[in-house]
Design a protein around this ligand. Structure first.
Ligand code: G1P
Length: 300
């Protein structure tokens, strides 16, 4: 079955980024030239996704506005001959249909994904977290690979993972218990634990914000109680599914050189912004030169 639907949860409050996110969604923060959510959608569109269902919430309306075709703005730029700025709006015309539903209560990521259930019915689908960019400028094709793997191997769940540089960091992520290797970048996903302590963590492989699920995940989400942070965790539903149907899960490592840029806190947001600005076609050289100066000067 073709997989061309992605659920993109964007309902989180972004409290770790206050005050920047007080009256705008964290997914609309710019990283380099674009808001985070534009990279996410462009990555999905490049991987064959044609329908995006956002799970939004209070105060997230600007995400919906962003993906509209803004005819008055286009006319304004056209009459003034602003070709470069017009080109920056080309994403409005991509081949994607958008739909929006709302998570009415802040009950966690698992609950946000469950909000998509009435709209998904019988097909497998992608979940892409709206606050994480994969690969510089969102050029990753890992979702395409995940979809192929899901179809070829008849998996119930395929999850992308990134190897963490140190054990202390496991406390921020879902962490895989990998089983046997299924190829260079693939492994059997035996279990996954949400935000374990460094002692509990079965590996350094962290859930990297991209998943492919069969609709069976919804049955497990409905039965999942509150977990870490008193929230309904997607990881806990996956865990129950993997336990019930051993061998139904596959982990895939991000390709070498591809990273996950997480916008969920200031440290990772600053790193992402610097990386994207330094790689900007027009201003990258200037940014790198400026950073050199900043580094060699006195600490401000
Ligand atoms: C969520 C997931 C976690 C995952 C992380 C990054 O956590 O619960 O398993 O590793 O996203 O993809 P959050 O960052 O929302 O706390």
């Amino acid at each position: 079955m073709k997989i061309d639907l992605a659920v993109v949860p964007v309902a989180g409050l972004g409290t770790r980024l206050l005050p920047a996110t007080k009256s705008q969604p964290k997914e609309m923060l710019p990283v380099g030239r674009r808001p985070v959510v534009q990279y996410v959608v462009e990555e999905l569109a490049g991987s064959g996704v044609r329908r995006v269902l956002f799970v939004t919430g209070h105060g997230k309306g600007s995400i919906e506005d962003f993906f509209d075709v803004d005819q008055p703005l286009i006319e304004f730029l056209r009459t003034r001959g602003k070709e470069e700025q017009l080109a920056a709006l080309e994403f409005e015309r991509n081949q994607v249909e958008y739909a929006y539903t709302r998570q009415r209560e802040q009950l966690g990521l698992g609950d946000a994904v469950l909000c998509a259930a009435p709209f998904v019915t019988h097909e497998p689908f992608v979940v892409a977290l709206g606050d994480s960019i994969i690969g510089l400028h969102g050029h990753s094709r890992v979702v395409q690979r995940m979809v192929e793997v899901c179809q070829q191997r008849g998996a119930e769940v395929v999850v992308a993972f990134e190897e963490l540089p140190s054990r202390e960091e496991v406390v921020h992520y879902g962490i895989a218990q990998p089983g046997k290797a299924l190829g260079d970048d693939l492994f059997e996903l035996v279990d996954v634990i949400e935000k374990p302590t460094p002692q509990e963590a079965p590996s350094l492989l962290a859930v990297a914000a991209r998943y492919v699920f069969q609709p069976s995940i919804f049955d497990y989400l409905r039965r999942t109680g509150r977990g870490k942070g008193n929230e309904i965790q997607l990881t806990d539903a996956m865990r129950a599914l993997l336990k019930d149907r051993p061998g139904c899960g596959i982990g895939i490592r991000l390709p070498p050189g591809e990273r996950r840029y997480d916008i969920g806190n200031f440290a990772s947001y600053f790193r992402a912004f610097l990386d994207f600005a330094a790689a900007d076609e027009e201003h990258g050289n200037m940014v790198r030169e400026h950073m050199r100066k900043v580094l060699s000067g006195p600490t401000p």
